[in-house]
Design a protein around this ligand. Structure first.
Ligand code: PEP
Ligand code: MG
Length: 979
């Protein structure tokens, strides 16, 4: 038996997208709903796949099934295919499961030839209409099915208009159109060597083949690659009775959304053209009218139209987009599908539909992919912005950047520049924007979302002097890469652009924490920090030149580019509250300062999951004290060790030897006084500053838990850059400048040298630092508890949680835990009151994960530091790898996802799971969280839900994303694809 390849519309349903494609399935559904759909049929995707399998041959029996289906359609339409008196004309459209621009789209009026044309004219009594339909058909068929260049047909048509002295298509009289058709056919003959196919069945077969072929064309193939659509789905073909929107003033055609696709407002939106065929709406030749006008001009028709829209929404329980045509006052629906929508609209529609009772709250939560919420929380590039690569216009751009224009774009063939004020004063700004192409400089990694514009500044001091808080200029800080030395400049900048570094580089982490846009690892620009400039495509961009970065996509544009501001709106608030109701995972934030914490609370954070104490040390005015503390600490500790050794030696010694040792010990203790004094002095100066910060943060968090991690990074991050220092010392030596300055710098250089490590990420950091310099750890714990006790004294709730970083051994944690408990107890005793607190650790080394059962003996909570855990489990440097090889790995498909963005579930995830089980086996009430960058990434959040964590913690701007992802994880449903 031959397979069924052809389905009449009434034989299918909306659930058969695999077989009938999206368009076919929905046409079937509408037909069965009794809506006015012109009769037709769908050739299945299986037929397409079989055609490909057979080496581009139509499967046996397919055309017989087509003929049979056509007979039924003829009956329903009361017309006959190829008939000279009542000809049936059809449209032929491709329709895959997912909508795919880049594939063959539509051929209209198929079935026309010199004979059927007569019938069409007789039926309509309109010769002009007949010839117009005919010329459209020949052109479309030649272009889409025969693959001839449309341009050549356009030229013939334009010449005809010129010859007739008319401007608009519709002004061309029948006789001229007739001539156009003849010329079109002659062109086909000269291009293909064959006559234009006149037989309707032949036309239909060729069109079906063309649709199938288009599934395999280069463009469609590439589109599927990008969109990750499987290549073996195939496309369906829809053959449908033509209805005409171009039969006069009571005919028309349009597209509409059942709600507003950008705001979500419950109101039909869309546009239509009177006396036009479908392609005219899309082609943009005439300006369409708002559907609201249809309501005014033809209330009867509009009423029916609106009722059907309502029916479709109720039936699909979603916002739809539709294509419709009215022919001599009679309405038809030609397509419907679940509508794509802006994120804001997606949230509002989900909430409204749940409130209308159309869908459940749970369904509403499943309707917005969490990642898309990001769009709402940062300024975005205006979606109307179009671009041209700088390489295409480099000479022109090079000429004008010397004057550092604020706004620069290409308009036609001309590069235009103007000041920001001039741009805003443009009376026809929207029209200019529509024609403008902004200059695309390069693309880096989308390291922290949002768009920002400002002038390029290449060093943090200038940025701090000119930027937010001081000069209040909008600055983009451009660096080769950033370091903790740059923090003050980063704070003052609107956005950060780096040449090197990956998604978890310093720039990326800090920018995400600040909620500032960042494009990292933009290797195409060569930054010369000293010269305060970068070059790209031969164009030099110097300090003061305006740039725009889009951290959501990684794009970098020249000049100020239009953006749109974010806002939290009531429906989003309601939506996220629903998410919290169903989520099991709590969502905390990574924040180290009061504004970030306040922002996170606004976004719904239920606590702080990671406060990196070192970020408090890194504020510019604190750095001198911190440096003094660390430099003196090293000296003091060396001398202390020397004194200890002497004491030991002395114990066993007698007589002269003992006296000698005594002398040396006294000498050492004397030398220790200076560094120790500096060390303790610096600590004493830093303590109240930290205490003040903690107090403010506890206040902002208002009783929510606050996890404070004691200082973690390698010491050199707090010290001046080695190479810069060396350069300076060399310069001072060469110029024989002021001796005191040289001596001071030399000392500093010696200290920096002493602390240099080949692999700082694996060196003296984390709890190792805390164990070697217990005074620094004690000071942090003192600051935390003094702050907490202050609030407690005011009757305010506080819940500090002290977290120890980079633990690998139970003994390490035991040592630190003893310090924490001892210090906390002392502070509480001194204050005469208690505050509840927890002490725990990060799990960020494989050994800690492997020995989690032991480690849990010392920890009341674990927080997975998946940045370091990924780095150490994979043996891949989080700072270097992305720029160097990870990107390539992703392109080559060696890795499917960036493990620093999405948890490597098979590797890192596996040991997390082990650690969860072992930890809970030791301590059933062990609290479990994650505070690596993955904590705000939806797939990782889902994974954390699955392995039973209690909370995720992420940067403030990702809190809403994590809340929704946590809800979806609990509901066990991913977001639907076709949105
Ligand atoms: C981590 O390693 O995942 C973490 C949160 O710590 P940091 O990024 O500060 O090393
Ligand atoms: Mg870490």
């Amino acid at each position: 038996m031959v397979k069924k390849y052809v389905y009449l519309f009434h034989e299918g349903s909306k659930d058969q997208k695999d077989l009938l494609g999206g368009k076919g399935a929905n046409l079937a559904e509408m037909t069965n709903l009794g809506l006015p759909v012109p009769p037709g049929f769908t050739i299945t995707t299986e037929a397409c796949n079989e055609y490909t399998r057979l080496g581009m041959r139509l499967p046996d029996g397919l055309m017989d099934q087509v003929r049979a289906a056509l007979a039924t359609v003829e009956q329903a339409a009361g017309k006959r295919f190829g008939d000279a008196t009542t000809p049936l004309l059809v449209s032929v459209r491709s329709g895959a499961k997912f909508s795919m621009p880049g594939m063959m789209d539509t051929v209209l009026n198929l079935g026309l030839n010199d004979t059927t044309l007569k019938g069409l004219i007789a039926q309509t009594g309109d010769e002009r209409f007949g010839y117009d339909a005919y010329r459209r058909f020949v052109m479309m068929f030649s272009d889409i099915v025969l693959g001839l260049e449309r341009r050549k047909f356009d030229r013939i048509f334009d010449e005809a208009k010129q010859a007739a002295g008319v401007k608009e298509d519709w002004q061309l009289p029948a006789a001229a159109l007739k001539e156009v058709v003849a010329k079109f056919k002659a062109l086909v003959k000269s291009e293909t060597g064959e006559d234009f196919p006149d037989g309707p069945m032949r036309q239909l077969e060729l069109a079906i083949r063309a649709v199938f072929n288009s599934w395999n064309n280069e463009r469609a193939y590439r589109y599927r690659e990008i969109e990750k659509i499987p290549h073996d789905l195939g496309t369906a073909v829809n053959v449908q009775t033509m209805v005409f929107g171009n039969m006069g003033a009571d005919s028309g055609t349009g597209v509409a959304f059942t709600r507003d696709a950008s705001t979500g407002e419950k109101k039909i939106s869309g546009e239509y053209l009177v006396n036009a065929q479908g392609e005219d709406v899309v082609a943009g030749i005439r300006t369409p009218s708002d559907v609201a006008q249809l309501e005014r001009e033809n209330p009867q028709l509009y009423k029916q139209f609106a009722e059907i829209c309502e029916t479709l929404e109720r039936h699909y329980r979603d916002m739809m987009d539709v294509e419709f045509t009215f022919e001599k006052g009679r309405l038809y629906f030609l397509q419907c599908r679940v509508a794509k929508r802006a994120t804001r609209a997606a949230v509002k529609i989900a909430v409204d539909m749940a409130n209308e009772g159309l869908i459940t709250k749970q369904e509403a939560l499943g309707r917005v992919p969490p990642q898309r919420l990001d769009d709402l929380l940062h300024p975005q590039l205006d979606p109307r912005v179009k671009t041209v690569p700088i390489g295409d216009v480099a000479p022109d751009v090079a000429r004008v950047v010397a004057s550092k224009p604020a706004v620069i774009f290409v308009d036609g063939n001309e590069v235009r520049t103007m000041s920001a004020a001039e741009w805003h004063a443009l009376p026809d700004r929207d029209a200019v924007l529509a024609g403008a192409k902004f200059i695309d400089i390069a693309r880096g990694l989308p390291a922290s979302p949002g768009a920002a514009s400002g002038v390029a500044v290449f060093d943090p001091d200038t940025a701090a002097a000119r930027g937010i808080g001081k000069g209040n200029e909008d600055i983009i800080l451009v660096r080769e890469e950033t370091s903790p030395d740059d923090i003050h400049g980063m704070t003052a900048a609107r956005g950060i652009l780096t040449e090197r570094g990956g998604m978890s580089s310093h720039a990326a982490l800090v920018a995400r924490g600040f909620g500032k846009p960042c494009v990292a690892g933009c290797e195409a620009i060569s930054v010369e920090e000293e010269q305060k400039r970068f070059t790209i495509a031969g164009v030099t961009v110097a300090e003061g030149q305006a740039l725009t970065i889009d951290g959501s996509t990684g794009r970098v544009l020249l000049g100020v580019t239009p953006t749109m501001a974010p806002e939290i709106f009531p429906e989003l608030d309601e939506f996220l509250r629903w998410a919290d109701e169903v989520a099991r995972l709590k969502v905390r934030t990574n924040a180290d300062n009061p504004p970030d914490a306040a922002n996170a609370v606004r976004f719904g954070a239920m606590g702080i999951g990671l406060l990196r104490a070192e970020h408090m040390f890194l504020q510019k005015e604190r750095l001198p004290a911190v440096r003094q503390m660390l430099l003196a600490a090293t000296d003091a500790k060396a001398l202390e060790a020397e004194a200890d050794a002497l004491r030991k030696e002395q114990e066993g010694a007698t007589g002269e030897k003992r006296a000698q040792l005594e002398q040396r010990l006294n000498d050492t203790l004397g030398r220790l006084e200076g560094p120790m004094g500096h060390y303790r002095g610096a600590i004493a100066r830093i303590l109240p500053m930290l205490q003040d910060d903690f107090q403010q943060i506890f206040r902002v968090m208002d009783g929510r838990p606050v996890t404070i991690r004691l200082m973690d990074p390698p010491m050199h991050e707090f010290l001046p850059d080695h190479d810069a220092l060396l350069e300076e010392v060399t310069r001072l030596r060469a110029t024989g400048a002021d001796g005191a300055e040289l001596r001071e710098k030399e000392q500093l250089l010696a200290a920096v040298n002493a602390m240099r490590e080949a692999n700082p990420m694996l060196g003296l950091r984390g709890c190792r630092l805390g164990i070697l310099f217990p005074e620094i750890s004690e000071m942090q714990v003192q600051a935390i508890f003094r702050a907490a006790l202050k609030l407690a004294a005011e009757g305010k709730p506080v819940h500090p949680e002290i977290m120890i970083p980079l633990v690998g051994f139970e003994t390490e944690l035991a040592t630190m835990r003893e310090l924490v408990d001892r210090t906390a107890r002392a502070e509480m005793q001194a204050a005469g009151r208690e505050v509840p607190y927890l002490s725990g650790t990060m799990i960020e080394l494989p050994r800690a994960a492997l020995r989690a059962g032991d480690i849990a003996k010392q920890a009341q909570f674990f927080s997975f530091g998946t940045n370091d855990l990924t780095q150490t489990t994979l043996g891949v440097s989080r700072d270097d790898a992305e720029g160097k090889f990870l990107q390539k790995y992703l392109e080559m498909g060696i890795l499917k996802e960036n493990p620093f963005e999405t948890i490597d579930q098979d590797g890192v995830g596996a040991i997390m799971k082990m650690a969860v089980e072992a930890g809970r086996a030791t301590r059933p009430d062990l609290k479990l969280g994650i505070c690596g960058e993955h904590g705000g990434e939806p797939k990782s959040v889902e994974f954390c839900h699955k392995i039973g964590l209690d909370y995720v913690s992420c940067s403030p701007f990702r809190v809403p994303i994590a809340r929704l992802a946590a809800a979806q994880a609990a509901l066990g449903e991913g977001a639907e694809r076709d949105r």
